[in-house]
Design a protein around this ligand. Sequence first.
Ligand SMILES: Cc1cc2nc3c(=O)[nH]c(=O)nc-3n(C[C@H](O)[C@H](O)[C@H](O)COP(=O)(O)OP(=O)(O)OC[C@H]3O[C@@H](n4cnc5c(N)ncnc54)[C@H](O)[C@@H]3O)c2cc1C
Length: 438
Amino acid sequence: MPETNPAPAHKTTPFWWEAAPVRPLPEKSLPATVDVAIIGAGYTGLSAGLHLARAGRSVVCLDKMNPGEGASSRNGGITSGNIRLDHATLVRRFGEPRAMAIEAEGKKAREFLYHLLATENIACDFSLSGRFSGALGPDDYESLARTAEKLEKKLGIEAYAVPQSEQRNYLGTDFYRGGSVRMDIGGLQPAKFHAELLRVALAAGVQVRSGAAVTSVEKVGSGYQVTTEAGRISARQVLACTNGYTDNSDRWLRRRMVPIRSRIIATEELPEGLMATLMPKLMMCSETRNLGFYYRPSPDNKRILFGGRDGSTSGEPIEPTLHLKRNLIEIFPELKDVTLTHSWFGHVAMHRDMIPRIFERDGVVYATGFCGSGVVWAPWIGTQAARKLLGDKDMEPSAFDFRPPSAVPFYTGKPWFMPGVMAWYRHLDRKLMRRAGR
Ligand SMILES: Cc1cc2nc3c(=O)[nH]c(=O)nc-3n(C[C@H](O)[C@H](O)[C@H](O)COP(=O)(O)OP(=O)(O)OC[C@H]3O[C@@H](n4cnc5c(N)ncnc54)[C@H](O)[C@@H]3O)c2cc1C
């Protein structure tokens, strides 16, 4: 008999929605014509809309769900701005100049986000807490230490190695064999960030419509006809910001974008004093395994939120939640009896070469592919895409603005290859653990 899951005791909606629920906007008809129609009202679409509206363009952001209901209110809120490929791979794939420019743009993008939060008075529980990355063995500890040194020397980012003997000053666990800290990364409440960005965008004149699924975009004369489930719009320009929620209305993009589930669990409030033992510096956390975990304290420092790859492709199976809980307990055995209050997933989006991008096809501009690291990249790349649409001549070109990502062979929306990819990463992680003598 097929195994059925009992109804979970925890909520399957994001913990973040308790303080910042996503809501439909008051119903309004669609404008007949706009300068720019943006598909998607997550961080990318809203940031682009904000820049365009302030430059005097009429803009509508169209979203098939409630604004923010995609990854932008479901994520871990860690301002990581990661690029998944290491320097050597970047050079091999894109050449030395672009590789260097991609790495340097991470610093600009993070500073752009922090400036945006400060200048727009965005209240989203942001704290520049720093991030601890845990090593599984001596080789990856050495590699973390070298990266920290390079960040200090080349980019002036405060970063340093933490030997295992000092680890408990940062994280109350003996699971890692030391690690590194970088102080330019912090955490925010992602759903509050989205709600605040929406407030700022609306105040700047961006029109935002929920429940407006775009079903087609057709070139008509020098502009476009955008058809949605709520009506039609004529737009001079179109920007697609659909990332992990891209659907079959854009089959060309769908073949280039693989949505993958990422899941987060939230613990109940921990007994007083336990947080100070487990997370004494209240930093954001990550680790070096390919299928590793990201975790953090809740903004009130009472719970731990623990995330990682989900592995499922449909329904709400219980196993991914249990998998996260097992790994949480492996790192913090003190949590063996902890109750979970929430477990939810969202879609991250991977291009084949794992680099976020701005690109163009038939005049439509795209800003997508944040590979699970869009809290920093999405506002930055959304804004750079807006500048591209404006034809901003003073703009220093973004290192992320280049050819469209390649299609994934034999892929039309069902990621048949994911079990193989996951098995490969599990194999690499087993090798890493064996090399570490574990
Ligand atoms: C569980 C999880 C944890 C994560 N943790 C982190 C983290 O800690 N740090 C970090 O930097 N990043 C993290 N990320 C990634 C980050 O959340 C995303 O990269 C970012 O939110 C992408 O923003 P976006 O605006 O491009 O996409 P989204 O917020 O996903 O918005 C896309 C929107 O497009 C809309 N859409 C799609 N198709 C259509 C259509 N046809 N018509 C109309 N609308 C459409 C969708 O409804 C959706 O609202 C995480 C993601 C997940 C899921």
